[in-house]
Ligand binder design. Structure first.
Ligand code: GSH
Length: 209
């Protein structure tokens, strides 16, 4: 049995929940309250030395962390990953893009905006916001005329990029500037077994106003 160490409001965790369901894999889910320090306990750091959720514990006791590494592990030998070497490299390319350029900026801007941290650090917020716009421009330009990111097929690249792109408006970003993104999000949501169960941030994630 697989065990997912999960945080409901995390779109990084959502990626893994989406794929586990689409693959129909039985799993247990353990909620980790990251704002209560549960992702920094010795037991959790034994699963993920870096700390954050998600982490996936395999039946044999080995653990895998980093949302995109978990996606690649689960997608091995399934239609969610491509066999062709270059196509597979393109999946990896988009996963790195997501982690290097999109997620650190769109996710941070959204999280700060939703929890009041943007008021505490307005200049840093602005930097993340602007860098998020630049990442979305790249994604939008690439998606124009394409159904999915790689090989004309829905893959883990789409799951990874969907995660924070579909909530980018919650950072205050005007998504009408990216005409190819909305229809692509809808195509992702229309794939078989796709469920978006992203939770709102709870009160303990917010800073006092
Ligand atoms: N690069 C990591 C980022 C994961 C991440 O930032 N997780 C956040 C929730 S979205 C978390 O659990 N933070 C708590 C912590 O760092 O202790 C991934 O893709 O899995």
């Amino acid at each position: 049995m697989l065990t997912l160490f999960d945080y409901g409001p995390s779109a990084n965790c959502l990626k893994v929940r989406v794929l586990l369901r689409q693959l129909g894999l039985d799993h247990e889910r353990v909620e980790v309250d990251i704002f209560a320090g549960e992702s920094r306990t010795d037991a959790f750091v034994a699963l993920n030395p870096a700390g954050p959720t998600p982490a996936l514990l395999l039946a044999d006791g080995q653990a895998i962390a980093e949302s995109n590494a978990i996606l690649l592990y689960l997608a091995e030998s399934t239609p969610f990953l491509l066999d062709d070497r270059v196509a597979r490299a393109h999946v990896h390319q988009w996963l790195f893009f997501e982690q290097n350029l999109l997620e650190p900026n769109v996710s941070t801007a959204r999280f700060w905006r939703l929890t009041g941290r943007d008021r505490q650090r307005p200049e840093a917020f602005e930097r993340h916001f602007e860098a998020g716009l630049a990442a979305l421009r790249i994604l939008d330009a690439y998606l124009a005329g394409r159904e999915f990111l790689v090989g004309g097929r829905y893959t883990v690249a789409d799951i990874a990029l969907y995660a924070y792109t579909h909530v980018a408006h919650e950072a205050g970003i005007d998504m009408s500037a990216y005409p190819a993104i909305g229809p692509w999000l809808a195509r992702v949501e229309a794939t078989n077994g796709f469920v978006n169960d992203l939770k709102p941030y709870p009160a303990n994630a917010r800073v006092p106003s």
